[in-house]
Design a protein around this ligand. Structure first.
Ligand SMILES: Nc1ncnc2c1ncn2[C@@H]1O[C@H](COP(=O)(O)OP(=O)(O)OP(=O)(O)O)[C@@H](O)[C@H]1O
Ligand SMILES: [Mg+2]
Length: 469
C-alpha cells in the first residue's frame, strides 16, 4: 500500500531542491516504499507563494526557513491566511532554535535540521504520516471495508493493541471487563467489540448499573410477569432478552447490588434468565461486556463484590489508558472534534489558533476525552468569527497552563552576574514575563493579565513603566 504525496519543496538553494528531488524520486522506484511522491520544487519564495495559493492540492510543503525575498516565517504567516491545507515541515540549519519553534507555532507539524541524510528525511515523513493525506494507490486495498474502529481516533500503540485484542476476541463469546478512568472511551470500545463481532446485526444494549435503584435495575435487566408487583400491568421483557444474540454492556458494574451479582452469576453459569414473578427459565445467548472505574479486586477484599463473579467477568481485561498517558492523541482528537462539531453545528470547520492548540495539548485532561470534547464544544460557541483563540478556552485550561511553573535556576543569575541588584533582576524578569504573556495572547492585555496573575490595572501600569507599549 502506497500513499500518494503531492509534495512541494521550497529552498532558495537549488542544490538542495535538486538533491531532495533525487532522494524522493529514488524512493519512488522502490517497490517496498510507503510513499509515491509527486514532486514540485521552487527556489523562489514569491512565485512559490502564488503557486501554493492558486493550486491548493499539495499534501506537504517542505520549506527552508532562511530565504531571501520572503523568509520562511513570513511565508508561513501568509500561508496561515490562505486556504493551504497540506502539512508543513520546516527545514532549518539551527536545530531546535527559536526559529524552528516559531515555525511550529505558525503551523508546521515538524522540522528537520540541515544537513540531513535521505534516511532522516524519510523518517520525518513517516513519523508525520498521520498529518498527511492518505490516498491509497492500491485499488484492492481501497475497496476493503472501512476500519471498524473508525470512531475510535488514536495512533497510540496502547490503543492499537486494544484493536488487536478486539479483533482476536470478536467471534468468541467471552466476557470482557473494560477498566479505565472516566471519559477514556470504555463504552466506545464496548461498541467496537460488538460491531466487529458476528453479533453486529443484533442489538447492543448499554445500561448503567450505578444510575438505577436496585429494584428497578432488576426488572430492567430480567423483565417481569404481569401482576408480579403492583405496577406490573403487563409482561415486560428484560434487557438480557432484548439483547438476545447481541451484546449487553453493563457499565459501572462495581455498583451492581449484591443480590443482582448473584443473579448475574447465574446468567453467566447457566445462560438462562428468569423474569421477576415467573418460574420460566428463558435461554439467552448474549455477550456480556462490563466496565468499571473501581478497582474490583479491592472491592472483593472489602466484601463489596463477589470474587466468583469477578473471575467470570474478567476473562478478557481491556485497560484503557488515560488521555495524559497518550498525549500524542490530543492533536488528532482536536482535529477530529473540530470537524465533528462543525458538522453538528452546521458551520464551516473553524481554525484553531496555534497558541490555543498548544494550551490544549499541554492541559492535563483529568476528565479525558469527554472533557476535551466538551471543552471544544464550549469554545465553538464562544468564538468570534470562525477562529478559536486562547480567550475562547475555559479559564481552567489557561490557569493550569500557567501553573506549569518551572522555577528559574537562581544559580544562573547569581553566579553569572556581578550586578546583584534585586531591583534590576526582578525588573528584567518582569519585563520578560510580560512580553511573553503579550506574545502568547497576541497582545490581549486582559488575557495576559490573567496569565501573569496580576490585575489588568497593574499590567497597564507596568507596560507604561517599562515602556513596553
Ligand atoms: N478515541 C476516541 N476517539 C473519538 N472519540 C472518543 C474516543 N474515546 C472517547 N471518545 C468520545 O468521548 C466521549 C466519552 O467516551 P465514553 O462514553 O466511551 O467513555 P467512558 O470511558 O465510557 O466514560 P465514563 O466512564 O464517564 O462512562 C464520547 O463522546 C466518545 O464518543
Ligand atoms: Mg461510560
Amino acid at each position: 500500500m502506497k500513499i500518494i504525496q503531492k509534495i512541494f519543496i521550497l529552498d532558495d538553494e537549488e542544490t538542495i531542491t535538486q538533491s531532495l528531488r533525487a532522494i524522493l524520486n529514488h524512493e519512488n522506484t522502490k517497490a517496498d516504499s510507503a510513499f509515491q511522491f509527486e514532486i514540485t520544487t521552487s527556489s523562489d519564495s514569491c512565485t512559490a507563494l502564488q503557486t501554493l495559493k492558486d493550486k491548493n492540492d499539495f499534501d506537504l510543503l517542505l520549506i527552508d526557513l532562511k530565504m531571501p525575498q520572503i523568509d520562511g516565517l513570513t511565508f508561513l504567516r501568509y500561508l496561515q491566511k490562505s486556504e493551504f491545507k497540506g502539512a508543513i515541515i520546516a527545514m532549518s540549519a539551527s536545530g531546535i532554535s527559536d526559529l524552528a519553534l516559531e515555525a511550529i507555532r505558525l503551523g508546521a507539524v515538524d522540522f528537520i535540521t540541515k544537513p540531513f541524510s535521505p534516511e532522516e528525511l524519510l523518517f520525518i515523513l513517516k513519523k508525520n504520516r498521520r498529518h498527511l493525506n492518505f490516498k491509497d494507490t492500491n485499488p484492492q486495498v481501497q475497496q476493503q471495508p472501512k476500519s471498524n474502529f473508525s470512531e475510535i481516533i488514536s495512533q497510540d500503540p496502547k490503543i492499537l493493541e486494544i484493536f488487536e485484542v478486539i479483533t482476536k476476541i470478536s467471534n468468541f463469546n467471552t466476557t470482557v471487563l473494560i477498566t479505565g478512568e472516566s471519559g477514556t472511551g470504555k463504552e466506545l470500545i464496548a461498541k467496537a467489540i460488538h460491531q466487529n463481532s458476528s453479533r453486529k446485526d443484533h442489538k447492543f444494549i448499554a445500561i448503567n448499573c450505578g444510575a438505577i435503584p436496585e429494584t428497578l435495575l432488576e426488572s430492567e435487566l430480567f423483565g417481569y410477569k404481569k401482576g408480579s408487583f403492583t405496577d406490573a400491568k403487563s409482561d415486560k421483557k428484560g434487557l438480557f432478552e432484548e439483547a438476545n444474540n447481541g451484546t449487553i454492556f453493563l457499565d459501572e458494574i462495581g455498583d451492581l447490588p449484591f443480590l443482582l451479582q448473584v443473579k448475574l452469576l447465574r446468567v453467566l453459569q447457566e445462560r438462562v434468565i428468569t423474569p421477576i414473578g415467573s418460574s420460566e427459565q428463558i435461554p439467552i445467548d448474549v455477550r456480556i461486556i462490563t466496565a468499571t472505574l473501581k478497582d474490583l479486586e479491592e472491592e472483593v477484599q472489602k466484601g463489596n463484590f463477589r470474587e466468583d463473579l469477578l473471575y467470570r467477568l474478567n476473562v478478557i481485561n481491556i485497560k484503557v489508558p488515560a488521555l495524559r498517558e497518550r498525549r500524542g492523541d490530543i492533536n488528532l482528537l482536536l482535529d477530529y472534534f473540530l470537524e465533528k462539531q462543525a458538522i453538528k453545528f452546521k458551520i464551516a470547520r473553524p481554525t484553531l489558533e496555534a497558541t490555543a492548540r498548544q494550551a490544549l495539548i499541554n492541559y492535563n485532561w483529568q476528565g479525558n476525552i469527554r472533557e476535551l470534547e466538551n471543552c471544544l464544544e464550549q469554545a465553538m460557541i464562544l468564538k468570534t468569527g470562525n477562529i478559536i483563540t486562547v480567550k475562547d478556552l475555559s479559564n481552567k485550561i489557561l490557569t493550569q497552563q500557567n501553573s506549569q511553573y518551572i522555577p528559574l535556576t537562581q544559580q544562573i543569575i547569581v553566579e553569572n552576574s556581578k550586578n546583584l541588584s534585586i531591583k534590576q533582576h526582578t525588573t528584567d524578569i518582569e519585563k520578560a514575563l510580560i512580553l511573553k504573556a503579550l506574545e502568547q495572547t497576541k497582545g490581549n492585555r486582559t488575557q495576559a493579565a490573567k496569565l501573569l496573575e496580576i490585575s489588568h490595572r497593574a499590567l497597564l501600569y507596568k507596560i507604561k513603566e517599562y515602556g513596553l507599549s
